[in-house]
Ligand binder design. Structure first.
Ligand code: NOJ
Length: 503
């Protein structure tokens, strides 16, 4: 009897422990992006990106008046970055390529030897250390040369991007097997054109953001198709995009809020997902209808949301090998009267839906004004995606926590990671969703766009006052190293301080 009980207990313990273990083929990574870490903004023949130009013109848009001219100096100190990735034990490192560093005119006129060398060195060193490169083609630093031609509002950008992608596959595709075309098109289209807070700072709410959305979908699709047609057979890699998804829940139980939330999800998630991942392709029909009706009411002949031709729908549909997801936060939705101010978060033409995006008092606030913790929302989001679009391999391309202080013992970040990783495990084990990897944002503190260096997301702390930009692993770096080493959320955290120290 006792024996049986012992067996039962140990089985129970095993299964409970097992529930906190990751599948053997699950991969762990960490991420950065070119503009946020590289510096060397005008080194060699690199031309300015829209961010270089925007910040130099309007330094006050950055909270601490800083810029990314030097940032983490990764362009010169990439060996240190590889060391960090190795110390953490990463399976892969996600970084982005700076378009104006590789193609100084933005077009395929000329490939920069400096750019080529830098990315070759980085990719080769990562591989020599057993770390796979996961490469984002576009993480917001558009060549200013292309902005001068209209940037994301010019439909020609879909061809420029296709050509850029072709250059990248031919230069690096022999070694890079996971590509992300665009990082968070939702955010760059919204912040560039709906709120005007990101370059080019062109306020064209309810129009520019939709045009950008359409061009982004086509640009992604063309880049995927080039791979499929010209490179896949030989290079055997995978291509997708990294979408930022802000999970939405009704603010109250009222039917009105519940209904509004369903539609809002089609706006916030569907606009960047439905054209590529749904069976029918094109815009989410409900959004297409609402914007058309609103536009008509405004006395317009045409909808502010540009339509897709059937040919465009077909070009975009199905252009994925997996889905990249950046998940940080959630919002609640409440319906407001037509024309009521939508508040400080007018993201994604929420005025077109007459909704307000707020938060739930129970969600912890972080030091980033936009980042409220809602880990359970992560699992709900993944389930919603599965219901909408079916079984797709999911790569979590970003998840992270911000502080506005320099803290080495960042237990709040550790907790945030643990809580989100727990939800990933539940999604895999209980909901049978194929999440193939998790990427911590970010490997090191870096230039956090309009928040400059005031917000820190790094597993490694960077001392930006030190000319050598000293790096120190935080508690979260130790924690993540242990998770990776044990491939589990259960480990004796006294086991090891694998990380040696400052870099
Ligand atoms: C998502 C963006 O991809 C990244 O550039 C940014 O730093 C993080 N979110 C944190 O805001």
């Amino acid at each position: 009897m006792w024996g049986l009980k012992a067996v039962a207990t140990s089985l129970l313990v095993c299964s409970v422990l097992g529930a906190r273990n990751f599948p053997p083929d699950f991969k762990f990574g960490s991420a950065s992006s070119a503009y946020q870490v590289e510096g060397a903004w005008n080194y060699g023949d690199k031309t300015p990106s829209i961010w270089d130009v925007f910040i130099k013109k309007y330094p006050n848009v950055i909270i601490d008046n800083s810029n990314a001219d030097i940032a983490c100096n990764s362009f010169h100190d990439w060996e240190r970055d590889v060391k960090m990735a190795r110390e953490l034990g990463l399976d892969y490192y996600r970084f982005s390529i700076s378009w104006p560093r590789i193609l100084p005119t933005g077009k395929q006129d000329r490939i920069s030897e400096y750019g080529k060398k830098y990315y070759n060195d980085l990719i080769n060193a990562l591989l020599e250390n057993g770390i796979k490169p996961v490469v984002t083609m576009y993480h917001w630093d558009l060549p200013q040369a292309l902005q001068d031609w209209g940037g994301w509002l010019n439909p020609l950008i879909t061809d420029w991007f296709e050509n850029y992608a072709r250059v990248l596959y031919s230069l690096f595709g022999d070694r890079v097997k996971t590509w992300l075309t665009l990082n968070e098109p939702l955010i760059f289209c919204e912040l560039s054109f709906n709120t005007g807070k990101h370059p080019p700072g062109l306020l064209s709410a309810g129009q520019g953001n939709y045009v950008c959305n359409k061009n982004a979908m086509l640009a992604h699709a063309k880049a995927w198709r080039v791979y499929d047609k010209e490179f896949r057979e030989k290079q055997r890699g995978k291509v997708s995009l990294a979408n930022q998804y802000i999970w939405l829940e009704p603010h109250t139980d009222s039917e009105i809020d519940v209904e509004a939330t369903k539609i809002a999800r089609q706006l916030m998630i569907g606009m960047y997902t439905h054209p590529i991942f749904s069976k029918d392709g094109g815009w989410p029909p409900v959004i297409e209808r609402i914007v058309a009706e609103k536009s008509k009411k405004e006395g317009r002949f045409l909808s502010r949301l540009p339509g897709f031709t059937q040919e465009e729908i077909e070009v975009i549909k199905g252009t994925y090998d997996f889905l990249g997801i950046n998940y940080y936060t959630a919002r609640t939705v409440n319906k407001v009267e037509d024309g009521v101010e939508v508040g400080e978060w007018p993201l994604l033409g929420s005025s077109d839906l007459d909704i307000q995006l707020t938060t739930n008092d129970k969600w912890n606030m972080t030091d980033a004004s936009w980042l409220f913790e809602h880990p359970v929302g992560f699992r709900r989001l993944l389930n919603w995606l599965k219901n909408e679009y079916g079984d797709i391999d999911i790569l979590i391309t970003e998840n992270g926590y911000a502080t506005n202080k320099t803290i080495i013992d960042d237990q709040a970040r550790v907790k945030y990671m643990e809580k989100h990783l727990e939800q990933v495990l539940l999604t895999i084990n209980e909901d049978k969703i194929k999440v193939i990897g998790y990427t911590a944002w970010s490997m090191m503190d870096n230039f956090e766009w309009c928040d400059g260096y005031s917000l820190r997301f790094g597993l490694y702390e960077v001392d930006f006052k030190d000319p050598k930009l000293k790096h120190k692993p935080r508690a979260s770096a130790h924690y993540y190293t242990n998770v990776i080493k044990h491939r589990s959320l259960d480990f004796d955290d006294k086991i090891s301080n694998i990380i040696t120290g400052e870099l």
